[in-house]
Design a protein around this ligand. Structure first.
Ligand SMILES: NC(=O)c1ccc[n+]([C@@H]2O[C@H](COP(=O)([O-])OP(=O)(O)OC[C@H]3O[C@@H](n4cnc5c(N)ncnc54)[C@H](O)[C@@H]3O)[C@@H](O)[C@H]2O)c1
Length: 461
């Protein structure tokens, strides 16, 4: 299953659209967040052939288009996955559009013509010298962007969400293909009708779904062929199990996540990690299997119990600390969007957790230790809140954010059992995710003495 061709996982991110749309500015930021190199094709052209206005005036537009097509082909042929901003007219070339289709995830950066004109009129762009001609060129080019694009975007977060198929939508009018199967949390379907059009297979509510027996039952009961797809409808537990069944059934079928919890919408449904629990530990069997789509509908969250909302807020605060932005103060839909976009960026930079993706574990080592040390009576969200507190203390960073937004209280747990679980988790390496500053995570070693002290401060005396 490793190496799936979903979104921009194995492709360049190409930004297309009219001049003045902001492709270079957005592209540079997407590249920074996904840790991919950034290529601005207009800049490349100018580096090699001098100012674009001069090429137009001295050698004519057809010669410019020839150069543009050649450099686009060269950039798009690179094996280093990059973010590439193309000039406004580059997609007029059939050859460029063909390469875009095969080697890139192309995102149309949308802009209205008035704004594009305001941004372009004072530049030395040769095609922005006359307002009427600019307007008619804008109209004439839209078909090419529409034909070449796989997603549309207006800002950085839109691009990042698009590259992993994350869409916020009202699901009430959504109809599934009959060749799909919905794997749904039984509590959730009592509260919200699942997406229409396909058979529904109910699984136990929450964590009880992440069991081999549930997976085995689904394997037996599903009747899909290899072109069918599975829809996971519920919180992170349901999408974890639905994704795992999709990874294994018929050696892997496509799947889509419809997360109904805050944890699911900001974290669990994104990034392709799927799996189940064993008696001896959580998430010990699983696979990377990326959903082709993650459809989030904010209306599901209205029925979420307060403690499940709190669990989601712990992941939101974690994300805000990692990205260096007070995402927890944003209106809910913007908060979810910002967190999901950041997770997408980290996942795109390291889809199979070989390096950077580990930063998403900020606070989680302590959380897992507290859960194990309490015999799993401490709720995950409360444990993550405490884990963030420990990570901030070890980082020498202020802890007010966690205290004010999450209000964690020390929990009842056996300190020796918690410590043993932490040591097992670290496999003796003592490596933790800490913060140099908000937005600057570091992976670093911590002495046993400091780690144990930080852990014990989270446990009721
Ligand atoms: N795959 C990943 O990358 C990843 C990341 C984080 C967490 N996870 C996993 O996610 C799981 C936790 O997921 P979760 O926090 O979303 O909770 P969950 O799926 O366990 O659900 C928690 C409870 O909320 C209920 N519920 C779900 N949606 C509801 C709604 N809209 N209204 C009312 N009740 C609703 C469920 O029935 C359940 O009782 C854990 O198993 C964890 O390991 C996976």
């Amino acid at each position: 299953v490793v190496g799936q061709d979903v979104g921009a996982l194995r492709k360049h991110i190409a930004l297309i659209g009219f001049m003045g749309a902001g492709k270079s500015t957005i592209g540079r930021e997407v590249a920074r967040l996904t840790e991919r190199p950034f290529v601005d094709l207009d800049e490349e052209i100018e580096k090699r052939h001098g100012p674009i206005a001069r090429i137009f005036d001295e050698r004519g537009e057809p010669e410019f288009r020839r150069i543009e097509e050649e450099l686009a082909a060269e950039a798009l042929a690179s094996d280093v996955l990059s973010v590439i901003a193309l000039g406004g007219g580059a997609v007029l070339s059939q050859r460029t559009r063909d390469v875009l289709r095969h080697r890139t995830f192309a995102v149309h950066i949308k802009v209205n013509v008035a704004e594009a004109w305001e941004r372009s009129r004072r530049s030395d762009r040769p095609l922005a010298r006359d307002k009427d001609a600019f307007h008619s060129l804008y109209e004439k080019r839209q078909w090419a962007y529409e034909r070449a694009r796989e997603a549309t975007a207006e800002d950085v977060d839109d691009v990042l969400l698009g590259t992993l198929g994350i869409v916020s939508t009202n699901l009430s009018s959504f109809r599934l293909h009959a060749s799909s199967a919905v794997v749904a949390d039984e509590r959730v379907i009592a509260l919200h009708p699942p997406p229409d059009g396909a058979p529904v297979y109910a699984v136990p509510a929450g964590e009880d779904a992440k069991k081999l027996a549930v997976v085995a039952r689904l394997w037996e009961e599903l009747s899909l062929d290899r072109s069918g797809s599975i829809v996971g409808f519920g919180g992170g537990s349901t999408t974890d199990v639905a994704g795992y069944v999709a990874a294994t059934y018929m050696r892997g079928v496509e799947w889509m996540a419809v997360p109904t919890t805050l944890v699911g919408q900001v974290d669990a449904a994104i990034g392709g990690k799927t799996g189940i629990n064993l008696d001896k530990g959580k998430n010990l069997v699983g696979a990377f299997h990326f959903p082709s789509w993650v459809l989030t509908d904010p209306r599901f969250l209205a029925t979420l119990p307060a403690e499940e909302h709190r669990a989601g807020m712990a992941e939101v605060v974690k994300t805000g600390l990692l990205v260096g932005r007070e995402v927890w103060s944003l209106p809910e839909h913007e908060m979810i969007r910002a967190c999901a976009a950041f997770k997408s960026a980290v996942v795109l930079s390291d889809p199979y957790e070989e390096g950077r993706r580990a930063i998403l574990n900020l606070g989680h080592t302590f959380a897992h230790a507290l859960e194990a040390g309490s015999g799993y009576t401490v709720r995950h969200g409360d444990a993550v809140a405490l884990g963030l507190l420990a990570a901030l203390r070890l980082s020498g960073q202020p802890t007010e954010v966690v205290e004010e937004v999450l209000g964690p209280e020390p929990v009842r747990a056996d300190p020796d059992a918690a410590w043993a679980a932490l040591k097992r988790d670290k496999k003796g390496e003592g490596v933790f995710v800490l913060l140099e500053a908000p937005g600057k995570p570091v992976v670093t070693t911590v002495s046993d003495k400091d780690a144990r002290q930080a852990l014990e401060a989270l446990i009721q005396k």
